[in-house]
Ligand binder design. Structure first.
Ligand code: ADE
Ligand code: ZN
Length: 329
């Protein structure tokens, strides 16, 4: 049994495996421009974030009904559970669906059909985080938050994703303020491809409680010191970094140096169907390739629960942490 862990950086649309993509395409009468699943897998060679995003948005065409979103989420929960995930905080990208005529209710209620019973059926508790696409306008983000208002009992927080460079966090100040006033938790992708200043801006202007990726903080020692002092969690995604060429090889990943610096790092999968691995695969890969000790792996598993938004269920957090402490490698 793999070590118990929480997954805090997971785009549900990025869990769409080729087999399910073709099944949903057939169900919905959508023609994909790939002959079969092998041909589609061949397209999984990315130069950078944008080349991945192009395929990620293209394949979303197969997601049309509540049942499609339920099937997507259920498939993720089954795979995550098998890899030791006990709690998952799940991103979704409503603007990418609204633009295709799929409304907020279809997405949220569809996901909820699977997530609402995820703990009972798979032993995985979940929270939903609505992400704004940073390459869309600030106005569009505000409209999206408005469209989400009837579903806030299902949504724990907001995030910011998509093409980072040229879209600094400050563009979204207003929608983050509005979300905070609604009681939503705040995270944002920053420092994946964008510069360390975007991390600082996400903290200072958007008031984020966690930074997604945050890898490039290592270029700014004063920022590292601040992140350590303020105990800001970073949701790292090592296999994603390799596939999107943020690092040259996994052996070059700065995770060991980040842990040595005292940063509160977590290990996550980002878009596992595209990047070659789910949460447990990421743990295994960093354990093996970066030679992390059992103590370090236990620290990463502990961090995942410490950094999670389980303030509304401290009993579960404590139970999961106790399971991590009792785990025998
Ligand atoms: N959307 C899905 N995956 C993403 C990533 N790794 N970075 C930014 N936006 C994303
Ligand atoms: Zn991401």
């Amino acid at each position: 049994m793999p070590i118990p862990k929480a997954e805090l950086h997971l785009h549900i649309e990025g869990t769409l495996e080729p087999e399910l993509a073709f099944e949903l395409a057939a169900r919905n009468g959508v023609v994909l421009p790939y002959a079969d699943t092998d041909a589609l897998r061949e397209a999984y060679r990315f130069e950078d974030l944008q080349s991945f995003l192009n395929l990620y948005y293209e394949l979303m065409a197969v997601l049309r009904t509540e049942q499609d979103f339920a099937d997507l989420a259920d498939a993720y929960l089954a795979r995550a559970a098998a890899q030791g995930v006990r709690h998952a905080e799940i991103f979704f990208d409503p603007q990418a669906h609204l633009a295709r005529g799929v409304d907020m209710g279809t997405v949220v209620e569809g996901l909820w059909r699977a997530l609402g019973t995820g703990e009972a059926r798979h032993g995985v508790s979940t929270r939903l985080i609505l992400c704004f696409l940073r390459d869309e306008s600030a106005e569009s983000a505000l409209q999206t938050l408005d469209a989400a208002k009837p579903y806030l009992d299902r949504i724990t927080g907001i995030g910011l994703d998509s093409a980072e460079v040229g879209h600094p966090p400050a563009k979204f100040r207003e929608v983050y303020e509005a979300a905070a006033a609604l009681g939503l938790r705040r995270v944002a992708h920053a420092g994946e491809e964008g510069p360390p200043q975007y991390i600082t801006e996400a903290l200072d202007v958007l008031g984020v409680e966690r930074v997604d990726h945050g890898l490039r903080c290592m270029e700014d020692p004063a920022l590292v010191e601040r992140l350590v002092r303020e105990r800001i969690p970073l949701t790292l995604c090592p296999l994603s970094n390799v596939r999107l060429r943020t690092v040259d090889t996994l052996a070059d990943h700065p995770l060991p140096a980040m842990l040595d610096a005292g940063l509160l790092c977590t290990v996550n999968s980002d878009d596992p169907a595209y990047f070659g691995g789910y949460a447990g695969d990421n743990f295994d890969a960093v354990g093996t390739t970066l030679g992390l000790s059992e103590d370090r792996l236990r620290e990463l598993a502990r961090n995942s629960f410490t950094a999670s938004f389980l303030e509304d269920d401290e009993e579960r957090r404590a139970r999961c942490l106790a399971e991590v402490d009792a785990y025998v490698f």
